[in-house]
Design a protein around this ligand. Structure first.
Ligand SMILES: Cc1ncc(COP(=O)(O)O)c(C=O)c1O
Length: 399
């Protein structure tokens, strides 16, 4: 595994990896003993029910991964081929890809500079200036396409300004689908992320706040959206006995074995989030004033601090984000830049975009540091010492 020590005895410090120290083995054994290892079983039901209770929604539908949850959420929300969906340009590519799987077109919205989330002002400007109402629908004036939904991403597990974005969605009759892949465990104004919009999707990928190895879940308070999602994720099966399918569906349901792991992980979620937040606070306390500016929480927001991320000022630090990453890699410390924004991605460059330069700046300067909950205090001291060492030597060289 990536955390094993080499001959020098120094452990590789990963960015974010699974911590499997709870009831995972016990629940997987129970699952295997039961013989129910496929996509139906008690663990799937229990996992769905517990995540729904934790977030505070009525329905949950477990899927094979977060991307499939996003795809099906769009379909359940009524997004059709040719529609447009507003989405954060600063995201992992799966969010924009899911819109394309639905045959729809992403409209890429930049981040606000303070918390790095979808900028509500840009959403407002686009909907008010670039769109017009026609026969009870909203259409993009330039493309003529129907605008159907907004899909904000809680980047790095920090809440989007949901009240502002929800107000826009409601004013224009748009469906609101949250990409909460990185934010299971976050809250805004005392409500858990995922509880307040039409649909929300989480991911249980290996690097997320909790993991099943791979998995996802769609959350909603709407019974009809939940039923539609359940139907579409089980091959659109219209008859429990006969092979009758009135539509093209998907084989997207999570297996019982993975749900067993997920259930054990969920029991540890609050502890994991607390530790990720402690790690973020540690870096902020010990690595500030040296040209690194750390991401913090907005008022009323409790982030999962999924990744601890700083902006690297090359003038003050004497290094760019990429150079710092490469130096720390030599010290067996993994750091990562943020994703290439979707408006720069060859896969989505054709999409419409409403930009203010923030995502470009974040792409150039942001660097995420090791954030795995099982990092020890000694590991964190090592990260701080190594980073200070790089910055000191670069400054000496520059002097
Ligand atoms: C913001 C975001 N959206 C979607 C996904 C896709 O989730 P999955 O890998 O479970 O398909 C991820 C992470 O993988 C993500 O970080």
């Amino acid at each position: 595994m990536s955390t094993t020590s080499d001959q020098s005895g120094e452990r590789f410090l990963p960015l974010s990896e699974p911590c499997l120290q709870g009831n995972e083995w016990q629940y997987v054994k129970e699952c295997l003993d039961s013989g129910w290892i496929s996509s139906v079983g008690a663990f799937v039901n229990r996992f769905e029910q517990r995540v729904a209770e934790y977030v505070g929604v009525k329905h949950a539908v477990a899927t094979v991964n977060g991307t499939s949850a996003l795809h099906v959420a769009l379909l359940a929300a009524g997004v059709e081929p040719g529609d447009e969906v507003l989405v954060s340009t600063l995201t992992f590519i799966a969010t924009a890809n899911a819109i394309r799987y639905a045959g729809a077109h992403p409209v890429l919205i930049d981040s606000e500079p303070r918390w790095w989330q979808m900028d509500p002002q840009l959403v407002r400007d686009f909907l008010r200036r670039e769109c017009r109402a026609e026969n009870g629908e909203l259409r993009n004036r330039v493309t003529g396409r129907r605008v159907r939904a907004i899909m904000p991403v809680h980047v790095l597990g920090h809440p989007v300004d949901l009240p502002a974005i929800t107000a826009e969605a409601e004013a224009f009759g748009l469906r609101l689908i949250e990409d909460a892949a990185e934010s299971l465990g976050a809250s805004l104004n005392w409500r858990k992320i995922g509880a307040t919009s039409d649909l929300a999707c989480v991911s249980f990928n290996g690097n997320k706040t909790i993991t099943c190895g791979g998995g996802g879940m769609l959350l909603t308070n709407s019974q009809s959206d939940a039923e539609r999602a359940r139907y579409l994720t089980t091959q659109a099966k219209d008859d429990a006995v006969e092979y009758i399918h009135n539509e093209v569906g998907y084989n997207y349901r999570m297996t019982n074995v993975l749900a067993a792991i997920g259930l054990a992980q969920l029991e540890q979620l609050d502890g994991f989030v607390q530790r990720r937040r402690e790690i973020a606070a540690y870096y902020r306390e010990h690595l500030s004033g040296c040209g690194l500016t750390w991401h913090t929480d907005a008022p009323g927001a409790v982030s999962t601090s999924w990744l601890s991320t700083a902006l690297v000022d090359p003038l003050q630090c004497g290094v760019t984000a990429c150079e710092l990453r490469d130096e720390l890699q030599r010290a067996k410390i993994q750091t990562r830049r943020l994703w290439q924004p979707m408006h720069l991605s060859p896969a989505h460059r054709e999409a419409g975009a409403v930009l203010n330069g923030t995502a470009d700046r974040l792409f150039e300067r942001a660097l995420s540091f090791p954030s795995t909950p099982n990092l020890t205090d000694a590991d964190l001291r090592r990260v701080v010492a190594a980073t200070e060492g790089v910055l000191r030597s670069r400054k000496r060289r520059a002097a």
